[in-house]
Write a protein that binds this ligand. Structure first.
Ligand SMILES: Nc1ncnc2c1ncn2[C@@H]1O[C@H](COP(=O)(O)OP(=O)(O)OP(=O)(O)O)[C@@H](O)[C@H]1O
Length: 275
């Protein structure tokens, strides 16, 4: 790829058969980016992620990921593309008839690893990365939801991907485990791997800041707020005021803003002018 971007989409339509889910998608993702992909149920988050790993064909615009042109990619190239991407699903998708170690070694063997010692070392390394090295012999049903999701992250890390796609990864977790999971993904991003998280909410964006995209009305729009600042939309998502209390809340907010403005003003307010 000529540019430094991992992903470059220009004017891409994402469709299921004849139905357009997202239109005119423009986006560039750089190495190590940390991205939230927000949107309501059915707004196209999963479809966008699927287009990235060639589960959904791209038939318009320009769509590149790594060295691949998604409009021209051949079926035989798709497994090689997917090896460069770690994918994490909401429902973990671990194999229940194998223990943790075998779940991971199975993936390595399926992606061309042959040396037994190298496989063992790689499995241990990714388990250490997610703090699960002591659970290698456990079966899936002996792990909590949070632990299973950590194994799913370990699995995503096996082939040292440059990009991790996490589709609603906290959907089956309680708040504490969800927080730990986002924290882990944030650490992975800080170590240089780009991470895209599709989710319904922005609960973690203040603590783990990143670029924010919204899937709305068939478009993917970036929130242009400084990623280090909490965005207006994050505040909106967290405010949950019953309709009947809205007038009072708005009046209180106006009063607060009036006070702030008064603090900063010099001669604007009547009181100050009178002084
Ligand atoms: N295989 C498919 N064939 C046809 N339409 C599909 C298919 N998969 C999804 N869709 C439709 O595409 C639209 C976007 O779905 P998508 O799963 O991408 O949304 P989402 O934002 O990920 O939703 P959720 O938050 O529920 O996962 C929906 O209207 C959905 O019904």
């Amino acid at each position: 790829m000529e540019s430094k971007e991992l992903i470059s989409y220009k004017d891409v339509d994402i469709c299921h058969d004849d139905v357009t889910v997202l239109s005119s998608v423009d986006l560039k993702v750089a190495p190590g980016d940390f991205i939230y992909l927000l949107g309501k149920v059915g707004s196209g988050k999963s479809s966008f992620l699927k287009s990235l790993y060639a589960e959904i064909p791209v038939e318009s615009g320009e769509a590149r990921i790594f060295d691949y042109d998604l409009r021209k990619i051949k079926r035989t190239q798709i497994p090689f593309l997917r090896r460069k991407i770690g994918i994490i699903f909401q429902d973990f998708q671990l194999l229940p008839d194998r223990n943790v170690f075998d779940n991971l070694s199975f993936v390595l063997k399926a992606t061309g690893w042959k040396n037994k010692e190298a496989i063992e070392n790689q499995v241990i390394e990714v388990l250490e990365q997610v703090g699960m090295e002591r659970k290698a012999k456990r079966w899936m049903h002996q792990l909590s939801g949070g632990e299973q999701q950590r194994i799913a992250i370990a699995r995503a890390l096996l082939n040292s991907p440059e990009l991790i796609l996490a589709d609603e990864p906290t959907g089956n977790l309680d708040s504490e485990n969800g927080h730990e999971l986002i924290s882990l993904l944030y650490e992975i991003h800080k170590a240089g791997t780009a991470v895209i998280i599709a989710t319904h909410n922005l609960r973690w964006v203040e603590e783990f800041p990143g670029r924010v995209f919204h899937c709305v009305t068939e478009h993917l729009k970036e929130d242009k707020h400084d990623s280090d600042e909490p965005s207006a939309s994050s505040e909106i998502e967290e405010i949950n005021v019953p309709a009947e209390e809205l007038p009072k809340v708005i009046a209180d907010l106006n009063a607060e803003m009036g006070e702030d403005a008064g603090d900063e003003a010099t001669t604007e307010t009547p009181e100050k002018t009178e002084e």
